[in-house]
Design a protein around this ligand. Structure first.
Ligand code: SF4
Length: 330
């Protein structure tokens, strides 16, 4: 299988400045702090973490809304961190984002037909007639009627607006979709419909997804592999079923223990892990293991030594914890 996206040692630090006239840098917000992962073509990687963990910044850095501080973002072997100008424009066409809030991402002054057509016009794909036909086809593909194209975003429900945002993202036939909390703003009753649509489109169009969410129960439905982020780093990465069945990082365990399981027998046996304290500031990342201030299993080594997150040969399950092997045997 082909690796479509290969992110290597990505860092995204935002400078903190002081002073109005003479600004000086007094520190950095380490939003993404040495992150590596790959996604194979046609697969979905779920990127999970609390708000402030850096997952949204990763999505925005891949689409080059931000210029990364360092690292590589190899998309189909082109390094998005390095390319500029026309080459960047061409590559960006192959990557589209879907955002959390379909209310904010669709300009209320335009009809949905205009909004869906806009990316095709920007990238000069087709004549006026071809674009109109494609808009009608896209509306059908996302489960809406083609005759809706003259209506405005406010005439639609949240779920329908997210379908419109999906149609717009698909209009220029991207290969990679970065979906940032695509169902979090929707009513629970329509979430499953939008998730099913995304999965259906993935199969039909052979799309690759980076699916960003704070919600492990949502990611479970859509992801092939899952990466768990904490304070700018991936702390665990594994196949979905493996991660849910045998998490090796205490943070993943804590997140999973908060997700209700419909089976009462499993639910009774599970040990709830309650995390204490708040997420530390990404300006002042704790020394050693960055999770030690909240980890129920922390030992003295955790305060001093940062655990490695190294892909080991022959292993598909990585966890950045000094005790991950011990946890795996429990
Ligand atoms: Fe907890 Fe220590 Fe493992 Fe970090 S290295 S997750 S503090 S046990």
């Amino acid at each position: 299988k082909k690796t479509l996206l290969d992110v290597r040692d990505l860092k995204m630090y935002f400078p903190l400045t002081q002073g109005l006239l003479f600004q000086r840098t007094v520190g950095h917000v380490k939003a993404v702090d040495t992150v590596s992962f790959q996604i194979e073509q046609g697969q979905t990687l779920g990127l999970v973490g609390e708000s402030g963990s850096g997952k949204t910044t990763i999505g925005r850095t891949i689409t080059r809304l931000y210029q990364p501080t360092s690292g590589q973002i190899l998309f189909d072997q082109h390094d998005l961190a390095q390319v500029q100008g026309e080459e960047l424009r061409q590559l960006r066409q192959r990557i589209q984002m879907i955002f959390q809030d379909p209310f904010a991402s669709l300009n209320p002054r335009f009809t949905i037909g205009t909004l869906i057509a806009e990316p095709m016009q920007i990238y000069r794909q087709g004549t006026g007639k071809e674009i109109r036909e494609r808009v009608a086809e896209l509306l059908r593909v996302v489960g809406l009627r083609p005759e809706y194209s003259d209506r405005y975003p406010h005439e639609f429900s949240g779920g329908q607006r997210q379908r419109i945002a999906i149609a717009r993202a698909l209009s220029i036939s991207p290969e990679l979709i970065i979906a940032d909390e695509p169902v979090s703003a929707l009513d629970v009753s329509v979430r499953a419909q939008v998730l099913n649509l995304l999965q259906h489109l993935q199969q039909e169009l052979h799309l690759t997804y980076l699916f960003i969410s704070h919600d492990l129960s949502v990611v479970r439905h859509v992801a092939d592999r899952i990466a768990v982020m904490y304070l700018g780093k991936i702390v665990e990465l594994a196949d979905r079923d493996e991660l849910y069945a045998a998490p090796q990082h205490p943070y993943t365990r804590a997140l999973l223990s908060a997700v209700p399981i419909p089976d009462p027998q499993i639910e009774r046996k599970r040990r709830r892990i309650i995390l204490t304290g708040d997420l530390p500031s990404p300006i002042n990342i704790p020394a050693g293991c960055r999770f030690h201030t909240r980890c129920p299993m922390a030992q003295s080594i955790c305060h001093e030594k940062e655990p490695a997150f190294e892909p080991k040969q022959g292993r598909e399950h990585y966890a950045a914890c000094h005790f991950s092997e011990q946890i795996a045997k429990e």
